[in-house]
Design a protein around this ligand. Structure first.
Ligand code: HEM
Length: 332
């Protein structure tokens, strides 16, 4: 069990559920992939791995100058854009989309769980809240869908009065014009210094936007990404939302939206993605070799809440597993 901060409380059986999840997901990876070609259990299909720069805003108000945002600086970064579905599938299938950012060359104290002390990662998805907001819900979704069948999971949710989770998961799956055109959210909370808690979001700001093709091909997202970056740079505002109303903004349930009317997101950095050719064998290999994790964090940005505590252990166990199985090295 990770140590708890004053903002957190542990779920009953959390440790046992995390251990169980690691076993289930590892067995699934062994079943689905031959050794030498092991993909991530979640978000296995990358739409593109991009070189980027992450520039902290100059002249931030004093109360926002925390951790990597303490002073104006620009970090070389990797951005991995992905489809969330646990099995690689056509871009034409509606899905939740992922955006993982890795800041390189970060100085300062990493959290004890980090195995990449020079990295600060931010993992985001294309929905503001995570309908599977607790470890128990994630555990049941994964256990029933993988070890039994998807129908078991659907039945379990319906019989326990949680059909809302199913509706929200379905609504979260979309066909965007391009991964550069949509907004992303962390859904889970993070520490902000010693006494505050935040969530993160990315807002697209590129002048150029893509068009949805009349027929969606298997790799239309990657095609649109490539066309965009062949012609123009792309950019996003990186923003954070301070937790101002603890009762209405829980740390332990990522399904609850922190209302923007109560606490608006504020811009703290710019993510710039310069025009580039990312469709190369070297880039594809690096996309498989890298590991993004909430645990790659400075102490000021420690991941909070049960889902994040679980993720720190699960991502470490499974990224180690796929790298060892495929004899890949870990350096970002
Ligand atoms: C207990 C809940 C969760 C489990 C079990 C889980 C599981 C995983 C696993 C196994 C990976 C691949 C790790 C690797 O091999 O490197 C992954 C990747 C990812 N997860 Fe989760 N996840 C959970 C919750 C979330 C949440 C709440 C988010 C919201 C931001 C999220 C966003 C992502 C993204 C964006 C990636 C892709 C990272 C990359 O590009 O490498 N996950 N997840």
């Amino acid at each position: 069990m990770n140590s708890l901060t004053p903002f957190e409380t542990a779920e009953p059986d959390e440790d046992a559920m995390v251990e169980d999840l690691i076993g289930i997901l590892r067995r699934k990876m062994e079943r689905d992939y031959a050794a030498g070609a092991t993909k991530r259990d979640a978000h296995p299909k990358h739409v593109g791995l991009l070189r980027a720069s992450f520039s902290v805003e100059p002249d931030l108000p004093l109360h926002l100058r925390v951790g990597v945002f303490a002073q104006a600086a620009t970090y070389d970064s990797w951005v991995r854009l992905s489809n969330a579905n646990g099995t690689p599938q056509s871009d034409a299938v509606a899905d939740i989309r992922g955006c993982a950012i890795k800041l390189l060359g970060v100085v300062g104290e990493p959290i004890a769980e980090s195995d990449e002390p020079g990295s600060q990662d931010f993992l985001l998805v294309s929905i503001p809240t995570m309908p599977l907001g607790t470890v128990k819900l994630f555990h049941d979704a994964i256990y029933y869908s993988i070890e039994r069948s998807r129908l078991f999971f659907l039945a379990k949710m319906l019989l326990t009065g949680q059909s809302r989770v199913l509706t929200e998961l379905q609504r979260a799956k979309t066909h965007p014009t391009s991964p550069l055109d949509i907004r992303y959210w962390s859904t889970t909370p993070y520490r902000f210094g010693t006494d505050r808690v935040v969530k993160y979001s990315l807002r697209p700001t590129s002048a150029r936007r893509s068009v949805l093709p009349s027929t969606l091909s298997d790799n239309y997202l990657s095609d649109n990404l490539q066309q965009h970056l062949a012609q123009a740079d792309a950019s996003f505002d990186f923003m954070l939302q301070l937790r101002t109303e603890p009762a209405a903004m829980p740390v332990e349930d990522s399904a609850v939206e922190w209302r923007e009317e109560a606490s608006p997101f504020v811009k703290v950095a710019t993510l710039r993605i310069a025009s580039q050719d990312f469709r190369t064998a070297e880039r594809d290999e690096l996309a498989e070799a890298l590991a993004f994790s909430p645990a790659h964090a400075r102490v000021e940005h420690r991941p909070l809440g049960a889902v994040n505590r679980a993720r720190m252990r699960i991502y470490k166990a499974l990224s180690d597993f796929r790298r060892q199985r495929d004899r890949r090295t870990a350096a970002p």
